[in-house]
Design a protein. Structure first.
Length: 262
């Protein structure tokens, strides 16, 4: 692991934080960071001690100000090099989007371009009231990928997604909340507390329910409209878990459940 991406476990039990660690450049994302993310995320997804992953930028000025444009002439100077670069970007976003465990983007300040792409690939986005969201390919002569565009459309709808893409304008936090791009907006100094309090709640829930519920949402977004054999098996399988028995018992005994499934 390079010093450009850190993994911290200083928060609640069961929560791991991935930190984009280039505060001197507003956490602009390098090609090496894109290359590194899939392996790091796969390791966290496989770690039985991790139940929730938080993605954030170092400091409070930026989540990530975008891909590092200083690398563009070298790494994206022609179509072939750009193709290889874009494959690494897509792999990082897919790794985040495809995680079994819930993911939360904790957005301080700028969430621009490639930073917005990573935030959109998370399940939830909590932001401070100084956050600014923008997707800027129209300011650079580029085109956003179909997968990233689909995530934007899923949240904001086709008309607003078009407005965001063709204008490249920065959207303040309160407006981003209205558009569905952010799920929570709180004062800067409250963001960490709010984010980790929510993450801690998720760690106390039945993890089979958490992870399979996330899978059901993913299937709906992908266009599945009716149960099939797989989704029926997922739902019925919950009745065989120890956590289901514990949840019912705790409800009847009027106490908090103590879930143990990992």
């Amino acid at each position: 692991m390079s010093d450009q991406i850190l993994i911290e476990r200083a928060g609640p039990d069961g929560v791991a934080t991935v930190v984009l660690n280039r505060p001197q450049s507003h956490n602009a994302i390098t090609i090496d960071m894109y290359r590194e993310l899939p392996g790091l995320l796969a390791g966290l997804d496989a770690d039985p001690d991790v139940k929730v992953v938080v993605l954030r930028g170092a400091g409070q000025k930026a989540f990530a100000s975008g891909a590092d444009i200083a690398e563009f002439e070298r790494e994206r100077g022609d179509a072939e090099r750009a193709r290889r670069y874009n494959e690494h970007v897509a792999a990082a976003e897919r790794a985040l989007d495809g995680m079994v465990k819930p993911t939360i983007a904790m957005v301080h300040g700028y969430c621009i371009g490639g930073g917005a792409g990573l935030a959109l690939a998370c399940d939830l986005r909590f932001a401070d009231d100084r956050a600014r969201f923008a997707i800027t390919p129209s300011k650079l002569g580029l085109v956003y990928s179909l997968e990233s565009t689909r995530r934007l459309v899923d949240l904001a709808g086709p008309s607003r997604a078009t407005w965001i893409l063709v204008s490249g304008q920065q959207i303040p936090a309160d407006r981003a909340l209205q558009l569905g791009l952010f799920d929570e907006v709180v004062p800067t100094d409250d963001l960490a507390t709010t984010t980790y309090a929510f993450a801690e709640v998720v760690t106390t829930r039945a993890q089979y329910s958490v992870r399979k519920g996330k899978e059901m949402v993913r299937r709906v977004v992908a266009g599945q409209l009716a149960d099939d054999a797989e989704t029926t098996a997922i739902r019925n399988g919950s009745f065989d878990t120890a956590d289901y028995a514990e949840g019912v018992r705790a409800f009847l005994e009027k106490r908090p459940p103590r879930f143990t499934w990992t």
